[in-house]
Ligand binder design. Structure first.
Ligand SMILES: [Mn+2]
Length: 326
């Protein structure tokens, strides 16, 4: 059984589907479980039609694999009873991974877990088919923000080139991921960007997605995913924060950072996690209260880096590479 993580992204899905295909080729019975709601924007991925949103009642897997899940809780409540009597394999690239598996394969230097899956398939002598290549290319492309983030390493680009040779179609995959947005997504983005605030001489940029905006745009909260990246595109900013009003009592934050600012350090203050450049947290507080608490800490972080050396980032750094959707 393969478990994807909550708010499934291209990495967890691409890896899960590619590895499922490899196991089926070897004659194994495989279930792929993605916690609800299923991310329908990825329904075109090969094998997506065989994904379920909860473990089948009769499933009794000997082996449970997790791809791209920093902790087991990120894979939903369905995990619990299954995981007690199976061997757990935890394959991930988050520095903050809790090593919850019986076997933990963690490589924070991997641009995407897809890169690790390619190495595993090679080690097992398992050929990569065109459909597996499509899934794995999607993993690499989405976790590097379309091959633009700091985690876009030579290894990643070489792996992507190899997958393209094996049958992944870069133009088509980019169209499906980046050029297939519903109109409601753009409307929501417009409302949120219009509500943008700038503080600390432009170093801190933040905005909100409220329930009211969702109603006005006729959009779902999942459609807010790209907004943080638009905030992150502003010249001179060091930290971008998006506050999402999940319910009157629950606020989610997405954080992006540059320079000497650590996004994961900020979200850790609120029980969240992630990477140096991209992180998130869920705060059990109404939006206005969450905004106050988080902005206070964010401004402290920005003030604290004045005149200090930034943490080592870039091509040679080991730790914390990889801004990506959580
Ligand atoms: Mn990932």
């Amino acid at each position: 059984m393969i478990f994807g993580h909550k708010d499934a992204d291209g990495d967890t899905l691409g890896c899960s589907l590619a590895f499922a295909e490899a196991l089926r080729t070897k004659g194994k019975q495989v279930w792929v479980v993605i916690p609800p709601p299923l991310p329908m924007m990825y329904e075109w991925l090969p094998g997506f039609d065989q994904v379920s949103d909860r473990p089948p009642p009769n499933a009794d897997p000997a082996l449970v694999l997790f791809f791209d899940a920093g902790n087991m809780e990120r894979s939903g409540s369905g995990v619990r009873h299954i995981a007690t009597h199976a061997t757990i394999v935890n394959i991930d690239h988050h520095l903050s991974n809790t090593r919850f598996g019986d076997i933990n394969i963690i490589d924070p230097d991997a641009s995407a877990v897809g890169e690790m899956v390619i190495a595993m398939l090679d080690a097992y002598g398992c050929p990569i088919t065109a459909t597996m290549a499509t899934n794995l290319y999607t993993s690499l492309m989405t976790d590097t923000g379309g091959f633009r983030h700091e985690n876009t390493t030579p290894d990643c680009l070489e792996a992507a080139a190899r997958l393209a040779r094996l049958g992944a179609d870069p133009g088509q995959i980019a169209t499906m991921v980046y050029k297939s947005r519903p109109l409601t997504t753009l409307r929501l983005s417009a409302l949120s960007l219009a509500a943008m605030h700038v503080e600390a001489d432009g170093k801190l940029v933040w905005s909100r997605v409220t329930r009211g905006m969702l109603r006005d745009a006729e959009a779902e909260m999942s459609e807010s995913e790209g907004i943080i990246d638009t905030l992150n595109s502003i010249a001179g900013m060091e930290m971008a924060i998006l506050f999402k009003e999940v319910s009157p009592a629950l606020t989610k934050i997405s954080v992006r950072s540059r320079g000497g600012i650590d996004a994961a350090a900020l979200t850790a203050e609120f029980g969240g996690g992630g990477h140096l450049r991209a992180a998130g947290a869920e705060i059990e507080a109404p939006m206005d209260q969450a905004v106050k608490m988080v902005l206070t800490k964010a401004l402290e972080a920005i003030a604290g880096t004045n005149g200090r050396q930034p943490p080592s980032v870039g091509r040679t750094s080991r730790a914390g590479r990889g801004p990506q959707p959580r």
